[in-house]
Write a protein that binds this ligand. Sequence first.
Ligand SMILES: [Zn+2]
Length: 137
Amino acid sequence: MDENEYKKMLDDAREQLPDTSSNDERFEMPILKVIIIGNKTEIVNFSSAAKHIRRNEKILLKYMSKELATFGELGGGKATFVGKFGTIVINDKFKKYVNSFVLCKECGKPDTHMEKSGRQEILKCEACGARRPIDKC
Ligand SMILES: [Zn+2]
């Protein structure tokens, strides 16, 4: 079964369910599109991906730069990193960020924001109200 057939099957299954709430839709992780140009790596949909997970693109850039141990900059909706990094590596780091700093561990939803509680950063879920401490990124 190819991916499209699988998606269609999911859509069909969803249509047969009673419409309880559109909020129940599973979070779809954006896939970062990576292009290597010379000795640099561009993520062409960086800003829209940051928007999708409702995080500041500068903070995401800082995290990615640290994880990739290189210099990165923003411009025109893209992020450019010094060095060559493959799609898998880039998306791996991104996934790690989303799992650590975006998704609620309790209900799995991405409707979260960060709060400060003293010196500790807290990830608060707007969907279920769960809170968990997170490391600074
Ligand atoms: Zn939650």
